[in-house]
Design a protein around this ligand. Structure first.
Ligand code: PEP
Ligand code: MN
Length: 280
């Protein structure tokens, strides 16, 4: 492995490091390319709530411009008394909705024992709480299918890049990084969106970088402005929580936007992306 010492971190990164792959990595999921210059729009509810519900949302977000459907089936909840997700059944409903609307699907894995259930999931999400679950990172690395790793809310970018190396060292080059906000002293927003993560990760690694402003801000009214800022900062994609009735969402309703707001957001985000291309 050639050496690459970043002046700032003094670290040697492995497969995830820019030195090992000078060109940007483009990840193919079915006939979609993540990281190739087009804006990847991932959207859907925080949780899969029912078969009917995920089918309805899938149709609405596809129509509004999303290309990948999200939905959690295994939910990492702070309180053990809150809705924990539909589990295996939820993954089936999600896969059915993806097939019905011809969209790849992404869902979060919370433990090694669930690996066998993710056969119909196109992209495996390792959530913020599991970013340093090294056993899980190694296992999803052995699977070979694309993995989206979310930055832990108390983790540095250096630690996030090493998490990617854990997956890639198992022979899986298909890693996507996701900035979703970190914990600071600010409490008005759920987390603080560290947008400088985008140019830093693009400098230090060759991997696609996605921004999730829903978990970062925790409030629906701040999702669109942070999407526009994320795209302007060079993000390869965005991940947005969308719900047709946010007030009754089983999880994370306060940060969900409705399909109409999502439609406007996508068109404005694409306009920012196009303006960046023109300016090149
Ligand atoms: C999610 O995407 O629903 C989620 C739980 O995200 P995070 O791991 O960023 O909290
Ligand atoms: Mn959520």
């Amino acid at each position: 492995m050639p050496e690459f010492k970043d002046a700032l971190t003094k670290d040697t990164f492995g497969a995830a490091g820019r030195h090992s792959h000078p060109d940007d990595t483009v990840i193919e999921v079915r006939d979609l390319k993540i990281g190739g210059g087009e804006l990847t729009v991932i959207a859907g509810p925080c949780s899969v709530e029912s078969r009917e519900h995920i089918l309805k949302i899938a149709g609405e977000i596809k129509d509004a411009g999303a290309c990948i459907l999200r939905g959690g089936a295994f939910k990492p909840r702070t309180s053990p008394y809150n809705f924990q997700g539909l589990g295996e059944e939820g993954l089936h409903f999600l896969a059915d909705a993806g097939k019905a609307f011809d969209m790849p699907v992404i869902s979060e894995i919370t433990g090694v024992s669930q690996i066998g259930l993710f056969g119909d999931v196109d992209i495996i999400q390792v959530g913020a709480r599991n970013m340093q679950n090294f056993e899980l990172l190694r296992e999803v690395g052995r699977l070979g299918k694309p993995v989206l790793i979310k930055r832990g809310f108390s983790n540095t970018l250096r630690e996030l890049i090493f998490a990617a190396d854990y997956v890639m060292n198992e022979g899986n080059p298909n890693v996507i990084l996701c900035e979703r906000g970190i914990r600071t002293f600010e409490t008005y927003t759920r987390n603080t969106l560290d947008l400088s993560a985008v140019p830093v990760l693009k400098k230090l690694t060759h991997l696609p970088v996605i921004v999730d402003p829903s978990h970062a801000t925790g409030r629906s009214e701040f999702v669109e402005p942070m999407v526009l800022a994320a795209v302007a900062a060079g993000a390869d994609g965005i991940m947005i929580e969308v719900h047709d009735d946010p007030a009754h969402s089983l999880t994370d309703g306060r940060q969900a936007i409705d399909p109409e707001a999502f439609r406007k957001l996508v068109s404005r985000a694409k306009a920012v992306k196009a303006a960046l291309k023109e300016g090149k």
